[in-house]
Structure formats: structure tokens, C-alpha cells
Design a protein around this ligand. Structure first.
Ligand SMILES: CC(C)(COP(=O)(O)OP(=O)(O)OC[C@H]1O[C@@H](n2cnc3c(N)ncnc32)[C@H](O)[C@@H]1O)[C@@H](O)C(=O)NCCC(=O)NCCS
Ligand SMILES: Nc1ncnc2c1ncn2[C@@H]1O[C@H](COP(=O)(O)OP(=O)(O)OP(=O)(O)O)[C@@H](O)[C@H]1O
Length: 230
């Protein structure tokens, strides 16, 4: 199994690239979706957030007011660390199960779309790591226009993550998303070609079929050895 990391900065275009992978039929584990699921009303993550941030963080229907929680944690690093600390175990185990389900289905190439891939050190488990990079000025403009936030709020959100230029320097593959969508699609075709190259023998061993082959060969080997001994 080939486990690829897809990351970048806030509003750098991860979802845009992730959708291109989806359209090409490559399975994705989306950490933002996972992070939403683990705080649904009544879950363990939800209980921890209510305990730490109080009932004021809830809508009348009991769901978390994400916009309000976002305003709090993106303007206060200590509160953000608290939220990260509370949710990290829930997010990582849910990601693990998503990978396990795809593995059991026999998926050979899986994309982990994780905004905080480097921050959470999950890059250790993924190869290659694809970083979606964007020019800083364009990033802030796209973020303000998508989320309808002020420049200060946008900058706070950008500052809550490791520098995008540093992530770029750590990447195995960089997609520059500063241009048009067509530019990005063109770069994506080359990335898709690399990602779809035949698996290495290590990656094959990690896939479901590879593991079954090893187990089968070992069982046959043991049976033959027993037969020869008797
Ligand atoms: C703060 C919350 C409530 C804001 O929710 P909202 O719906 O407005 O944003 P959404 O979840 O779609 O995230 C948008 C982007 O913000 C960035 N972001 C989210 N959480 C964080 C964080 N803790 N630190 C830095 N950046 C973050 C990511 O780039 C993400 O793609 C939410 O992001 C959250 O619960 N974050 C903590 C969980 C987490 O770490 N998520 C990232 C997945 S690895
Ligand atoms: N090449 C592009 N040209 C113009 N707009 C773009 C381009 N790529 C992305 N966008 C727009 O920029 C915004 C951010 O893109 P996207 O949501 O893919 O980023 P993201 O990295 O997934 O963000 P987040 O970290 O918040 O999840 C969106 O409104 C998207 O439509």
C-alpha cells in the first residue's frame, strides 16, 4: 500500500487538489471531515470540547458552533493548543480506521489529506509528501474571499500553522497553486502519473494482497516442510 501525504497551508488549495485525486478514482482520507465527525453531538470529542470551552460554544440544537470556536482558537494560541490536545487522539484513531477500511477493501494507493501533516508529525507515515503551495499574497486573498474574514483574521489562521515555505522545502512533490485552475490541473497530471507508478516491493508487502500472498506462501512452505519431515 502506498500512503501519500497531501498537505499545505490554509486555503493553499489542498481540497482543490484532493478533488482532482477523487475524480481520478484515488481514495482520500480527509482529515477535515474526520475532525468534524469526531466532534458531532454526543461523541467523546464533543464532550471534551463542551467541558473545556463551556456550553456557550454550542448552538441551540447542541452542535458545536464551529465559527465561534474558530474565532476563539485562532486568536489565542493557548486555547488552540488545548483544542489540538483534546482532539488529537480522536482524530488520529479515526484516520487510522479510515485507512484500515480502505486497506481491507484492497486499496493500493491512498491519499491522506491532512492540513496539519507536519505539525502532527504524521508525515513520518506517508511517502511521498505532496505540498500544495501558493504565493502568500494570493493565499491571504483567497482565504479572505472564501471565508469572508478580515485580513487580520486570515493572518491569524495562517500564523496558526507552520510556514508554508518551510513545508515546501520538506516536500517530495510541490504543486504550485498560485496560477489558474488549469495550471494546477496540468501539474496534477504529472503528479498523478508519479503516484500511479507500480508499487515498490515494500509497498506491495504492505498492501492487503501482498500480505495475503506472504501468509499463503509461508503456510505452503510450513506444510511442505512438515511433509518432508514426516
Ligand atoms: C477550529 C475549528 C472548529 C474551525 O472549524 P471550521 O469549520 O471553521 O474550519 P475547518 O475545520 O473546515 O478547517 C479549515 C482549515 O483550518 C485549518 N485548521 C483547522 N484546525 C486547525 C488547527 N488546530 N491549527 C491550525 N490550523 C487549523 C486547516 O487548514 C483547515 O483545513 C476546526 O477547524 C477544528 O475543530 N480544528 C481542530 C481540529 C483540527 O486540528 N483540524 C485539522 C485537521 S488535521
Ligand atoms: N488555482 C486556483 N485559482 C483560483 N481559486 C482557487 C484556486 N485554487 C483554489 N482556489 C480557491 O481558493 C480557496 C481555497 O482553496 P481550497 O479550499 O482548495 O484550500 P484548502 O487548502 O483546502 O483550504 P483549508 O486549509 O481551509 O481546508 C477556495 O475558495 C478555492 O475555490
Amino acid at each position: 500500500m502506498r500512503l501519500l501525504g497531501l498537505t499545505g497551508g490554509i486555503a493553499s488549495g489542498k481540497s482543490t487538489v484532493s478533488n482532482l485525486f477523487k475524480d481520478a478514482g484515488v481514495p482520500i482520507v480527509d482529515a477535515d471531515i474526520v475532525a468534524r465527525d469526531v466532534v458531532r453531538k454526543g461523541t467523546g470529542g464533543w464532550k471534551k470540547i463542551v467541558k473545556a470551552f463551556g456550553n456557550d460554544i454550542l448552538f441551540e440544537n447542541g452542535e458545536i458552533n464551529r465559527a465561534l470556536l474558530g474565532q476563539i482558537v485562532f486568536s489565542d494560541p493557548e486555547k488552540r493548543q488545548l483544542l489540538n490536545h483534546l482532539l488529537a487522539p480522536h482524530i488520529s484513531s479515526a484516520i487510522f480506521w479510515e485507512i484500515a477500511k480502505l486497506w481491507m477493501k484492497g486499496s493500493k494507493v491512498i491519499i491522506l489529506d491532512i492540513p496539519l501533516l507536519f505539525e502532527t508529525k504524521m508525515d513520518r507515515w506517508t511517502h511521498p509528501v505532496i505540498v500544495v503551495w501558493v504565493d502568500p499574497q494570493i493565499q491571504i486573498e483567497r482565504l479572505m474571499s472564501r471565508d469572508g474574514c478580515s485580513e487580520e483574521q486570515a493572518q491569524n489562521r495562517i500564523n496558526a500553522q507552520l510556514a508554508l515555505d518551510w513545508k515546501k522545502s520538506e516536500a517530495d512533490i510541490v504543486i504550485n497553486n498560485s496560477g489558474s485552475l488549469d495550471d494546477t490541473k496540468e501539474q496534477f497530471q504529472e503528479v498523478l502519473r508519479k503516484v500511479s507508478e507500480p508499487l515498490t516491493w515494500k509497498e506491495r508487502l504492505r498492501s492487503r494482497d501482498g500480505l495475503f500472498s506472504v501468509v499463503l506462501c509461508t503456510a505452503v512452505g510450513v506444510l511442505l516442510a512438515q511433509k518432508n519431515l514426516s
